[in-house]
Write a protein of this length. Structure first.
Lengths: 154, 154
DNA sequence: ATAAGTGCAAAGGATTTGCGATGGG
DNA sequence: CCCATCGCAAATCCTTTGCACTTAT
């Protein structure tokens, strides 16, 4: 027996389609950068991305890396995070679970904090409303940074 | 009638004493920088501090500003905050109420968010424990950034 | 074909550093 | 008086930009 009906919920749009939707070209550089984020995952600096590309024998200039990190940011594919080390870091949104960061103030190590749930939702929903009323802002996202000492530094 | 007993709870240590405790000199530059934070308050960049000093006719070199912002940070008098605008900002801890930040992603305007209370305490207390168990970190502080659109940009 | 994207090298902006001069304890 | 601190200018680090060449559509 053959099942003819296959439920496909939220089939993710291909990167090519995403670029197309933004009237941007799906160039090799851009694909390669996204590949790095999909493989290496979290919070990479421009230099990190550049090094990973070199390691993979993909020749992409550092300027192109910067330009495309910014583009991907504006397209909503990456988000920018900052750990106070003097450079910007980027994370991919789609493949990574939404999370926050725990930063060692001694050595700079950064750990992702995933899996905060309902309680967080409720807490932030309340704050969001408060800001929208008190300050007149529309809040569309937030980020929590925790600071402390990692196992080795404590 | 004279009241002989005056209750003085938590008399704040003078800046001079704080410097002394850290074996650092209470120089005019340092006093002037602290004065700026006490008067102008929130999230100033090194350049901001430098400009305010000039406006007050205090001649302090920009290098000295940077060196002392870092010193005051390490002494726990200032904390560093980052709004993604390519420069670091600093806030004074003692005189300012603990607060978070609401950032307009369009124009970069930053608003302080004060007065989150019990609920926040509880919520973050739970997370703190979770991290200490799961990751082995000691968490000593945290910071929440909210992103959205300000009244003018929405 | 052609406008968008790229690489390179130079420019820009923020922060740090070297060093001789200064002044707080 | 002496070492920490300062001012200045040069150095460094991250990021952006100008321009001629290449390429995805």
């Amino acid at each position: 027996m053959i099942i003819f009906f296959i439920e496909v919920k939220d089939l993710p749009e291909s990167w090519k389609d995403v670029f197309h939707r933004f009237n941007k070209k799906a160039t090799p550089s851009r694909r390669a950068i996204l590949e790095v984020f999909e493989e290496k995952g979290q919070h990479l600096s421009a230099e990190d991305v550049y090094e990973h590309l070199r390691a993979k024998k993909k020749k992409v200039g550092i300027a192109t890396v910067y330009r495309n990190l910014d583009l991907l940011l504006r397209m909503g594919i990456l988000r920018k995070v900052n750990f106070g080390d003097g450079r910007e870091h980027y994370e991919i949104c789609r493949t990574a679970q939404f999370h926050h960061h725990l930063i060692c103030t001694q050595c700079g190590q950064v750990v992702d904090c995933e899996g905060m749930t309902q309680e967080e939702e409720q807490f932030l929903q309340r704050l969001r409303k408060e800001f929208e009323q008190k300050q007149g802002f529309v809040v569309h996202s937030y980020h929590i940074y925790f600071y402390g000492l990692c196992p080795r530094c404590r």
